[in-house]
Write a protein that binds this ligand. Structure first.
Ligand code: FES
Length: 134
């Protein structure tokens, strides 16, 4: 079961990076350079990173919308609570097929409510995601 899940993840998410975020106080802290990938001398940026931490019940998907805008989305479907999977700019639910945008907005049901999201601050080349509400 675990093996199958990992295979699916690797196939579905080329370019995904799953990292263990550090929790400092009420914040999850992720260095901005975790989004960088290098191709020769050029720096490219990943669209998203999935962050897991033993304190978190579900992973958080961090999307890089642009240099100054990031979103942090709780990867729990708002329909019946299944864990979401990331496919590029979308999050999909394996249970009944709901889809959400990279800003957490419902794109197709049966879910009707947007995803839970967390405030993100950029500070000293790090993202600080406030987890106070968890
Ligand atoms: S739990 Fe996600 S669509 Fe039903």
């Amino acid at each position: 079961m675990g093996g199958a899940a990992i295979t699916t993840l690797l196939q579905g998410c080329a370019g995904t990076k799953i990292i263990s975020g550090k929790i400092g106080g009420d914040d999850l802290v992720v260095p901005l350079k975790d989004f960088e990938t290098k191709a020769g001398n050029e720096i490219h940026y990943k669209k998203y990173i999935v962050v897991q931490n033993e304190i978190l019940q579900y992973p958080i998907c961090l999307y890089r919308i642009n240099e100054n805008e990031y979103t942090a989305l709780w990867m729990q479907c708002t329909h019946q609570g299944a864990e979401l999977q990331v496919f590029g700019d979308k999050l999909q639910c394996p249970a009944h097929g709901s889809e959400f945008t990279n800003k957490g907005i419902v794109q197709s049901g049966p879910a009707e409510t947007k995803l839970r999201s967390f405030p993100v601050i950029i500070e000293a080349n790090q993202l600080k995601i406030s987890l106070k509400a968890i």
